[in-house]
Design a protein around this ligand. Structure first.
Ligand SMILES: [Fe+2]
Ligand SMILES: [Fe+2]
Length: 246
């Protein structure tokens, strides 16, 4: 898997310099303003649990690589609960619109890339062997690593200003992510042998993952810019006391 990992790390470096991530680094905006894109990613983040539970995971399995995929899927299948928790803490629950209007937003053209990302990834994963699935997961994890490193800094700022812990955006979530397709490091993944044909397929699919996530960041940035009249007033205090989500 060494060549595939090298390709992933090369693409990750380019991904890190996309305009959306520059927006997240823009210190002329408050931390809360930079998180204004947050509702736009709901369709993908909410679907990501299903991708892990119902698409990546295949049980029972006697395939050692699929067993690694399964193990990883348990790590990542429930993080949407923390996403919802921060959704409230960031004040997005205060929108005075009806459930129907919110559904309309979630299925509007403003979030179409987010919705299609899950479908595209499902198609890619369904059509892949377990070893290629590991490469796809690794690519997804590295895109996530870029995002979470940046929003983690925003979460630190918000906690310093308000005392509120953002568990999805911040260290709580980051610390639960191995950052890899399984609970081991790059060195171990790199040792996995791939034949030539599989390596070519894995690299093609990893390339696609980064293309699709680049499109995803473009939609998030467009949304954030359209919502530039956002309130800087944040957050509901003591939310943990009311929340039952874990
Ligand atoms: Fe996660
Ligand atoms: Fe993850």
């Amino acid at each position: 898997m060494k060549a595939t990992l090298r390709q992933i790390l090369k693409l990750k470096k380019e991904y890190n310099h996309l305009p959306f991530f520059d927006f997240l680094r823009d210190e002329s905006l408050s931390a809360r303003q930079r998180l204004e894109f947050y509702p736009c990613m709901a369709p993908f983040i909410m679907s990501f649990g299903d991708l892990n539970r119902y698409v990546m995971r295949l049980e029972p399995t006697s395939d050692a690589y699929q067993a690694m995929v399964n193990e990883h899927s348990y790590e990542d299948d429930h993080h949407w609960q923390w996403y919802l928790e921060d959704f409230i803490k960031l004040g997005f629950d205060r929108n005075q619109i009806s459930s129907t209007e919110y559904l309309h937003f979630l299925y509007s053209d403003r979030t179409v890339v987010n919705r299609l990302l899950s479908h595209k990834l499902a198609h890619l994963i369904y059509s892949s062997s377990s070893i290629v699935r590991l490469a796809i997961i690794e690519a997804i994890e590295e895109t996530g690593n870029v995002l979470f490193e940046l929003i983690g800094k925003l979460a630190v700022q918000i906690e310093a200003e308000t005392g509120l812990e953002l568990r999805y955006c911040g260290e709580f979530h980051f610390s639960k992510e191995s950052g890899h397709a399984m609970t081991c490091d790059h060195a171990m993944i790199a040792q996995i042998e791939m034949d030539e044909e599989t390596r070519i397929e894995a690299i093609e699919k990893v390339n696609l993952v980064f293309v699709w996530f680049r499109e995803w960041t473009e939609e998030l940035l467009t949304y954030a810019k359209q919502n530039s009249n956002y309130s800087d007033e944040v957050l509901i205090p003591n939310l943990h006391k009311k929340m039952t989500l874990v």
